[in-house]
Design a protein around this ligand. Structure first.
Ligand code: 0A1
Ligand code: ZN
Length: 871
């Protein structure tokens, strides 16, 4: 069958230069509904036959045919109401004129899972057969109207070789199984909940199960299973605990109970994204399930907890209430990310979680919102929906929900979500439906707030403060502006909830905290009873996802970094202090280090702060973040300034670092919060010792590497060594490889650490690693661990005078595109940032994008990203 991501033009048979654009405003309700579907799989990696019986019903009064989507399907047979029909797919789709109101349409197709390198539809991964259908993968399994507003009840029968595939799983509840002769067996699964086809899933393989159970709030017993290779069973314990905690949390916080008798999770090695919330059968990238102290860092443990929760929470926010069309993706993703963020905050440290989430937003979403791929949380159009699983839809979408929760308050927000779930259970709905439920449940008017869904770009807030000693009054004037983004100019002022407080400089006391609602282009707020000019603490807790320009001296920022009682604001003051020193250092060539060193000393010696927070507070902002604050990014200048700052901090406070390095050592591993915090701080401290230039630094790092009883400290030390040029660097990398090369997830870390290194030869090292016998284009984790990390390494990626880094990435994109277009497309945005760099670098980046779009058989995925990046 034709390859639908390069769909030939129906008239000419040529590949269109740019793929067609799908628009939100063109949404039409489906012509035909499919309330029931029966699927029968004869599974085989080389050739699987799929028989689908669709019970279709005409939707409304019309005479349009039934149109079934299909992609790379070999049609073997079709019938309508039992009568065979002669029909050939047109542009991949099957078009069937039907007379009556209800019909039974049956098709049989053949597909080839073993040759499915896109990892969409039914594919083979490490001896397993598994599926990925979101967003439009179901059409690669069978002919079906592949859109999320068609909800069907699924009955699934699978038959497969009993030795190769002893375990057969699908959505819903298992109802029967048996022998099929000739060494084959079968299983039947029925899912009583109508669902869109993107939530369909099937897994067949030789899997072992970590089995547990959970009693729901109404007393129902749910069987839980995490299915992995036998040898990986011990590494599923943390995921199981996270699942049980998520189930209890969703009952307690949102009143949401699980609804089936079984809940299964399967871990697979080859997966395009993180995980997938298929009804009752979540499928995970194994990196978000398998953790043990020897192979996983604390960040990995936290990611497992967060992603398990995320997928579980989708059972309500996504599955029971789903999306009408893909423009509404943030309806389920923004809400579910917000839910998983709150869950993780409850399981660990709320301030540290908030800092991590904001760092992620600033690293991934702010640049997206400021570049050629900027789009609203609810996009208006797309060429390939896979390209819209973005930081904007997910993370900015979560910030939008967080702001609503803040405006409504906890009770109002809960009333809003209760109303949303009750009103729309079993429906496919829109972001607008969600906002309306919030308005009604919370009793607020969100008319202007809706702009958060439609206007792209990160709002900027400028603050000025005037103190009038005579009237003991402070006037805070705030103005907002929203930058133009592709296709959007002259934007309207938005609703910006800004938690703000004023601090008395003398006493160190907080005078007042208010939630200021900035809704106009400019507004003034007054604070009475202020005898002296206070220090402004604004956007506390990062209450709005905006950039604030508030003129505060380094001295005031140092004051806030030591005295603000909002932990996020305290962290933020420190970051701003560091950013100011670094950007001024880049501009003037003279780095002022004193204020930063003193502020770091204050935080690092403050006994009231926990280690995890201190680790966040004292870390320098990344090179990329510093670049984001500049008009034109100067990768070399930033690198030099940051290294010099790191060195100055390392040297000035060396005794403190050595003391902390010892104090944070632990005799044994535990996941207890204090121990996790100690490990986090220990790694930051080690990097300062290394930066100090101390002679024994490499030896100390190697000792940490070699003696570590956990991966957090081992990888932390490896990262520190990888940045340098010591003999220990090579020894550690070789030892790490020898010890872990049999474990794919840890080997990813070996690739990633080298690609992230601040080392003058990183481009060459990455090029060589791309040819390493353990490197493969067919595994997305491996590709991301090498090239994704490299493109995020600002200094290395932009260093080569002739644009070597850009060429390396573009070569990768072109080589990967025919194998896995989704993963290839996700590598394009770093090149699309060309406007942020000097003319020479920008020109070279553009040239690579032009080389990409000139490629004759480009996928729709890469074509969209590369052509938009050039515009
Ligand atoms: N809905 C999933 C993300 C996801 C989307 C597409 C995929 O296809 C390759 C896979 C996963 C989530 O939010 O977790
Ligand atoms: Zn999700």
């Amino acid at each position: 069958m034709i390859d639908a991501h390069i769909l030939p033009d129906a008239e000419t048979g040529t590949v269109p230069a740019t793929p067609p654009v799908i628009r939100r405003e063109d949404y039409k309700a489906p012509d035909w509904l499919v309330p029931e579907i029966a699927l029968d799989f004869r599974l085989d990696a080389e050739r699987t036959e799929v028989t689908a019986r669709l019970y279709v019903e005409r939707n409304g009064d019309h005479d349009r045919p039934l149109v079934l989507d299909g992609e790379e399907l070999d049609l073997l047979f079709a019938s309508v109401d039992g009568d065979p029909v002669e029909v050939a797919p047109e542009g991949g789709r099957l078009i069937l004129p039907l007379d009556g109101a209800k019909h039974v349409v049956e098709t049989r197709v053949a597909i080839a899972p073993a040759r499915n390198s896109q990892l969409m539809g039914l594919y083979a991964s490490g001896g397993l057969l598994c599926t990925q259908c979101e967003a439009e993968g179901f059409r690669r399994i069978t002919f079906f109207p592949d859109r999320p507003d068609i909800l069907s009840r699924y009955a699934v029968r699978m038959e497969a070789d009993k030795t190769l595939y002893p375990v057969l799983l699908s959505n819903g509840d298992p109802v029967a199984n048996g022998e099929a002769g000739e060494g084959r067996h079968w299983a039947q699964w029925n899912d009583p909940f109508p669902k869109p086809c993107y939530l369909f899933a099937l897994v067949a393989g030789d899997l072992a199960c970590n089995a547990d159970s959970f009693t729901t709030m109404s007393g129902r017993e749910v069987r839980l299973g995490i299915w992995v290779r036998e040898e990986d069973l011990p590494a599923t314990r943390h995921a199981m605990a996270a699942l049980r905690n998520s189930m209890a949390w969703d009952e307690r916080v949102y009143g949401r109970e699980y609804d089936l008798d079984v809940f299964n999770i399967v871990a697979v090695s080859d997966f395009n994204f993180g995980a997938m919330e298929n009804k009752g059968l979540n499928i995970f990238n194994s990196r978000y399930i398998l953790v043990d102290p020897d192979t996983a860092t604390d960040l990995d443990y936290d990611a497992v907890e967060g992603v398990v929760a995320h997928e579980y929470f989708h059972n309500w926010s996504g599955n029971r209430v789903t999306c009408r069309d893909w423009f509404q993706l943030s309806l389920k993703e923004g809400l579910t990310v917000y839910r998983d963020q709150c869950f993780s905050a409850d399981m660990g440290s709320e301030p540290v979680k908030r800092i991590e989430d904001v760092r992620l937003l600033r690293a991934g979403q702010f640049p997206e919102d400021a570049g050629p791929l900027a789009h609203p949380v609810r996009p208006e159009s797309y060429m390939e929906i896979s390209n819209f699983y973005t930081a904007t839809v997910y993370n900015k979408g979560a910030e939008v929900i967080r702001m609503m929760a803040q405006i409504l308050g906890p009770e109002g927000f809960r009333k809003g979500t209760d109303l949303y779930f009750a009103r729309h259970d079993g429906q496919a709905v829109t972001c607008e439906d969600f906002v309306r439920a919030m308005e009604e449940g919370g009793g607020v008017d969100l008319t202007q707030f809706r702009l958060w869904y439609s206007q792209a770009g990160t709002p900027r807030v400028a603050a000025t403060m005037i103190h009038d000693p005579e009237h003991r009054r402070v006037t805070l004037t705030l103005s907002q502006s929203i930058p133009d983004t592709p296709g959007q100019a002259n934007k309207k002022p938005m609703v910006l909830p800004l938690r703000t407080a004023l601090f008395d400089r003398q006493s160190g006391q907080r005078r007042e905290e208010r939630l200021l609602m900035l809704t106009g282009a400019e507004q003034s707020f007054t604070f009475e009873g202020m005898t002296s000019a206070p220090v402004l603490s604004i956007n506390r807790g990062f209450s709005a996802p905006v950039i604030v320009d508030a003129p505060r001296t380094q001295d005031e920022l140092a004051f806030l970094s030591a005295h603000d009682d909002d932990p996020f604001a305290r962290y933020e003051a420190m970051q701003q202090l560091m950013v100011n020193a670094l950007t001024e250092g880049v501009a003037s060539g003279e780095l002022e280090t004193g204020a930063v060193i003193e502020a770091i000393r204050t935080s690092a010696t403050d006994p009231s702060l926990d280690d995890a927070f201190v680790a966040e507070a004292i870390r320098l902002p990344s090179e990329a973040y510093i670049g984001d604050q500049m008009l034109v990014v100067d990768p070399q200048g930033i690198h030099d300034a940051r290294e010099a700052m790191q060195q100055a901090i390392g040297a000035a406070l060396e005794p403190l670092w050595r003391d902390l390095h010892q104090r944070t050592a632990r005799p044994a591993f535990s996941l207890e919060a204090g121990d996790k915090g100690a490990r986090k701080l220990r790694n930051v401290v080690l990097s300062y010792i290394a930066a100090s230039g101390a002679e024994d630094a490499a030896a100390l790092a190697f000792a940490q590497f070699d003696g570590a009883h956990n991966m957090t400290e081992r990888q932390g030390a490896l990262g520190v060594l990888a940045n340098g040029m010591s003999a220990e660097r090579e020894r550690a990398l070789a030892a790490f490889y020898d010890r872990y090369h049999g474990n794919a997830l840890v080997l990813d870390k070996w690739f990633q650490t080298q690609a992230l290194a601040c080392h003058p030869d990183t481009v060459e090292i990455v090029r060589a690693l791309g040819r390493h016998s353990d490197f493969t284009l067919t595994n997305p984790n491996r590709v991301r661990s090498l090239y994704g990390a490299f493109a995020a390494n600002q200094w290395a990626f932009h260093s080569g005078g002739a644009g070597e880094g850009y060429r390396l990435l573009a070569d990768l994109i072109l080589a990967l595109d025919p194998i896995n277009p989704q993963t290839a497309a996700r590598m394009v945005p770093p090149l699309g940032r060309w406007r942020r760099f000097d003319v020479e670098r920008g020109g070279r980046m553009r040239a690579e994008l032009e080389r990409i779009v000139a490629q004759p058989k480009l996928s729709r995925d890469v074509m969209e990203q590369a052509s938009k990046s050039l515009a």
